[in-house]
Design a protein around this ligand. Sequence first.
Ligand code: PAF
Length: 283
Amino acid sequence: MITIKSPQKARQLIAKTKAKGLCLGFVPTMGALHRGHLSLIRKARAESDFLIVSIFVNPLQFGPKEDFRKYPRKIKQDRASLLKEGVDLLFFPESAAIYPEGASVFVYEDRLSKVLCGKSRPGHFKGVSTVLVKFFNIINPDIAYFGQKDYQQGVIVKKLVADLNYNIKIKILPIIREDDNLAMSSRNVYLDDKARIKSRCIYQSLALARNLIRKGRRDTDKIILEMTQLIRSKARVKIDYIQILDANSLTKLNLINGKTLIAVAIYIDNVRLIDNIIINVKK
Ligand code: PAF
């Protein structure tokens, strides 16, 4: 595995690889790799000739009061995992190479970014969109892989690729869960044992919604109310949102119909956790 920090050098090596007609797979990450990342990397490894993984804790996608400084950084461990997975290139840039002094051009998606996490984390998706456009320009992958846990991010990336005319296939892969059903996330390390027990209410509320829908319930307000009551009965947590939206347009649904996103964000002891399920209800 080659490790490159410089965007220029990465671009040169990748241009040579592309010239050979190889299929380039790309998995962007912020490191602290877990089984969720590894599932993306394994799928990408199986589908591409040359596999690039980036590790970059992107300062632009963190709010001023968020956890940029304490975000887990485990480069030694991550490098070992990437080597084991047969990754060809680790792109590991410095912040200054991605955001040069005086940088004033940013990318902002103007509709899908305004709901769900975009409401509670202003500027977050501007940071994600900007860094991904930079990475797509440097790496020029054929396929890029993202996890369904950040479902909204995946929808925004697909829109960004379509609207900005990139020739990149975006693949969103299923959520990988811990044994207690908590969605895998680099932030799970912040949770102590008590918080971890509280976190079970997230998946329980999603499972409840799925059961209600399977039994024929379609009224989203009532389903959200039951999910809220379940969470409140299980643990003292701060609910950021519980929403049921059209999974493509991310617009609110009154009655469930078609491909539906059920998304939850809660704070447990100041740790923000998100999770979701997608349900297809025949129209
Ligand atoms: O999902 C993430 O880890 C990040 O948002 C990403 C896509 C690597 C951009 O910084």
